[in-house]
Design a protein around this ligand. Structure first.
Ligand code: PMT
Length: 220
């Protein structure tokens, strides 16, 4: 591993799930452990970068030398990413952001009644799409895509829609891929290239992503 490959580069990574509050007691979330995003942060640090990690609520230690920014909801993650992205060279969105949140977060605990409870959910901002729209000419943006079917096609659509330079697609149903595992099985795609990778440790995938971002930057 070239420990100076990313010297002078500022890398911003998001990791983990978001929690969307219903009331002071309850929230809606997903199964992200943060392992993928934290592993990329560790790889970036090992490669000599200055690393900021915007993290949803997870149970992992912050890798040594990495600057953490802790958030809970998608809206908080959006605010943090907008702020931190101003000074980033490479931006990687590995977080599993909730697309919807409860329309109201009740001030007090929601009481049970004899009736069913119907929840209204409203859209959260799409953080990656915002970053893609606002990226500076020198910035390289990598998105992830979590799919359960038609992986390559759905992922390519996301890459184009969200204006990413690079996209990492994983299928939740593939053994050894996605949530909570120490490995991932992914398709890596750029505007003109697509590759199916065999199972790989999440940190090694981090190294590969960062090397690819460096290549994209060189070719500009
Ligand atoms: O944390 P682990 O347990 O290690 O699991 C890793 C992972 C499965 C969470 C990771 O590999 C992964 O796939 N992350 C992206 C999950 C996801 O939200 O995928 P998506 O296809 O719904 O979103 C596409 C992209 O848009 C992602 O980069 C996502 O961060 C981003 N997004 C999505 C919704 C939203 N409101 N804002 C966003 O920025």
């Amino acid at each position: 591993l070239d420990e100076s490959l990313l010297e002078g580069k500022r890398v911003l990574i998001s990791a983990g799930p978001t929690q969307e509050s219903l009331d002071p007691v309850r929230y809606i979330t997903n199964h992200s452990s943060g392992k993928q995003g934290y592993a990329i942060a560790k790889a970036a640090k090992r490669m000599g970068a200055e690393v900021t990690l915007v993290s949803g609520p997870v149970h992992l230690p912050i890798p040594e030398g990495v600057k953490p920014v802790f958030v809970t909801s998608a809206q908080e993650m959006f605010t943090a990413m907008k702020e931190e992205s101003v000074q980033a060279d490479y931006i990687i969105m590995a977080a599993a952001v909730a697309d919807y949140r409860p329309a109201v977060a009740a001030q007090d605990k929601i009481k049970k009644t004899g009736e069913d409870l119907v929840l209204k959910m409203v859209r959260n901002p799409d953080i990656l799409a915002w970053i893609g729209q606002h990226k500076a000419p020198n910035q390289i943006v990598c998105g992830f895509a979590m799919e359960t079917r038609d992986l390559d096609q759905n992922a390519r659509e996301k890459m184009i829609k969200k204006n990413c330079d690079l996209l990492i697609a994983n299928n939740l149903k593939t053994p050894g891929a996605g949530f909570q595992t120490d490995t991932n099985v992914v398709t890596i795609m750029t505007q003109d290239h697509l590759e199916h990778l065999p199972k790989i440790a999440k940190e090694d995938l981090g190294v590969l992503i960062l090397k690819t971002m460096k290549e994209i930057e060189k070719e500009r």
